[in-house]
Design a protein around this ligand. Structure first.
Ligand SMILES: [Zn+2]
Length: 325
């Protein structure tokens, strides 16, 4: 992109006609360094080609690391979190899913993948599974959370135990889901926040800090000749990834504290395109749109990714927006 500068909050309507530069507001046309906001990177509606003769693979961003991938009427969700409890609400502990938001934004699902069990990835999974009948794929922590939350045992798959024995793949309609051991970025003073497993869900609803990380997975989604790879935290186990994906759903939060993250992700995953996610303030409701978290350094990440592959396309979509491929 060749652009430097630090993103700030997305301007409000009253700030139209001005640009944020390095945290300061400067009149448009007088800024020396152009600011890059996530909106400036948005993929257009026809950014990707849908081959003739088949329906689209529709990838929709649900905010944070949450995605819906839909093809031929089948829906796979990954890390869906639409409740987005406020910070004040989280401080009070005991957060529950907003079932009205779940019904509105994720009314259908055949499979739900939990990349890890921090609350901003896993909180809504039991409620969505109960409402849709979808099968949940996740760690032992995820299994405990779901079982304690009333999800039927035959609707929860312990990917962690299966992967300990052999590669694990699941077929869901036209989808093949390949689960890949992954890692969580250690962005909290060099440590993974809330480490360990969810061991006891006796006191539901749990507070945010009780949602321990658990084992971490990526999912390599193969459908209609395409590969969509979900990286829900900004780290990876390089050697476990099969390179050459069409679209990488890439977590931004925490990337600056992961050693050589852009180089490693480009070499291990070798994506044709990158859709940036988990850069939004998830304490702010979906209806307010995506507001960028502090210190994401997205322009620097875009520069670092594209310096590895000049042909790489890197972009964003609006919250509840998406791309078809
Ligand atoms: Zn996390």
């Amino acid at each position: 992109m060749g652009v430097t500068g630090r993103e700030s909050n997305t301007p409000t309507l009253s700030e139209k006609g001005r640009a944020f530069v390095g945290g300061f507001v400067a009149p448009v046309g007088r800024s020396i360094v152009a600011a890059v906001r996530p909106d400036d990177l948005a993929f257009g509606p026809d950014a990707f080609t849908v081959p003739s003769g088949r329906g689209p693979v529709r990838v929709t961003w649900l905010g944070t690391a949450g995605f819906s991938v839909e093809h031929e009427g089948f829906v796979v969700l990954v890390d869906p979190y639409v409740t987005r409890a406020s910070f004040a609400r989280c401080l009070r502990g005991g957060i529950a899913s907003d079932e009205a938001l779940v019904a509105r934004h994720v009314p259908r699902a055949h499979a739900i993948v939990a990349g890890h069990t921090h609350f901003d990835h896993a909180l809504d999974i039991p409620a969505i599974a109960r409402a849709t009948g979808a099968t949940v794929y996740g760690s032992r922590s995820c299994e405990r959370l779901c079982r304690a939350s009333g999800v039927a045992a035959d609707r929860v798959v312990d990917v962690e135990s299966r992967l300990a024995r052999e590669p694990f793949r699941a077929e869901v309609g036209p989808f093949e889901l390949r689960f890949v051991p992954s890692a969580h970025s250690a962005f909290a003073l060099g440590r993974v926040p809330f480490p360990g497993d969810i061991a006891d869900c006796a006191e539901l609803p749990m507070g945010p800090m009780a949602y321990r990380c658990g084992a971490v997975f990526s999912v390599d989604i193969r459908v209609a000749g395409r590969r969509v790879y979900h990286l829900g935290s900004a780290d990876l186990v390089d050697a476990k990834v099969e390179p050459g994906v069409d679209l990488l759903l890439c977590c931004v939060a925490g990337w600056t504290t992961t050693a050589r993250f852009p180089t490693r992700v480009m070499r291990a995953v070798a994506p044709g395109a990158v859709l940036l996610s988990h850069w939004d303030n998830f304490f702010s409701p979906l209806a307010a749109g995506a507001k960028v978290l502090p210190a994401m350094q997205m322009p620097r990440l875009v520069d670092a990714l594209t310096s590895e592959d000049k042909a790489l396309r890197v972009g964003t979509v609006p919250i509840l927006g998406g791309v078809s491929l």
